[in-house]
Design a protein around this ligand. Structure first.
Ligand SMILES: [Zn+2]
Length: 251
């Protein structure tokens, strides 16, 4: 399973060089490496209406340490350019979309500074590459309502992902992670879904605003994760705009 990707931020090579050297063949200095931290996954409900439990995040933290990062989804050894040297579960003090405490598995990653990695490092520093995608395998997915195994058609007690039971949203809980795989750097696409133009979509939203939606609960529920994602990235954009304006004022 591949899970969604996250933002990159720079880390302190000087403070971490001893940890990094556990994975290096020759002794490295802080000047030899570029370090950053990245959220590998979290306990937010994803677009498949599944989420990690606290216990599975803790196991994944152990599984991700030592895993390599690859460029361009190409698994040849030539493209293994980074390595996770630490992974910890952190609480950023925010809530998940369904009101639980947000937990993030944050990986610290190092790359060697050399000719081969220079352009990728510049892309990360310049914000062009600012996400990674990770893969993992979990032994089972259980029903959040009753704890039974969750299948394609629901659990044995007929609870369906996305439906509510006594006010509680039913989701699949990803449990017993077996392995975590290499991660890939992702260049942020300028348009996530090619083929659907913005102007066509704005017409659809105009229609939706005036339509009676009572019979479309199922379809709307299906789209909810994407609506939430869109709102979140719009807020992020606004926040960036606010910071840029503030900096301009300062200058
Ligand atoms: Zn159930």
């Amino acid at each position: 399973m591949i899970k969604k990707s996250f933002r990159v931020k720079e880390a302190d090579a000087a403070a971490d060089i001893a940890l990094i050297n556990q994975y290096a063949l020759t002794e490295l200095t802080p000047e030899d490496v570029f370090c950053f931290s990245v959220v590998l996954c979290d306990n937010e409900v994803d677009r498949d209406l599944e989420r990690f439990t606290d216990a599975s995040l803790a196991v994944l933290a152990e599984l991700f340490v030592g895993k390599t990062g690859i460029k361009d989804h190409d698994w040849s050894s030539d493209n293994q350019v980074a390595r996770i040297y630490r992974a910890e579960v952190e609480s950023p003090g925010e809530k998940t979309s369904d009101g639980r405490e947000l937990k993030q598995l944050v990986g610290s990653v190092y790359m060697l500074r050399n000719e081969r990695t220079q352009s990728l490092i510049e892309s990360i520093e310049g914000g062009i590459v600012k996400e990674v995608s990770v893969g993992f395998q979990a032994r089972k997915c259980t029903c959040s309502i009753c704890g039974e195994l969750m299948g394609w058609l629901g659990c044995p007690n007929d609870h369906q992902k996305g439906a509510e039971y006594n006010g509680e949203l039913c989701v699949g809980l990803l449990e017993d992670p077996l392995d975590a795989y290499e991660f890939s750097f992702v260049a942020v696409p300028s348009q996530r879904r090619a083929g659907v133009t913005k102007s066509a979509l704005s017409g659809v939203f105009e229609m939706l605003k005036n339509a009676d939606l009572t019979d479309f609960g199922e379809q709307i529920r299906e789209l909810m994760p994407r609506f939430r994602e869109a709102v979140a990235s719009a807020e992020e954009r606004d926040e960036r705009r606010r910071i840029i304006n503030e900096n301009k004022k300062f200058l």
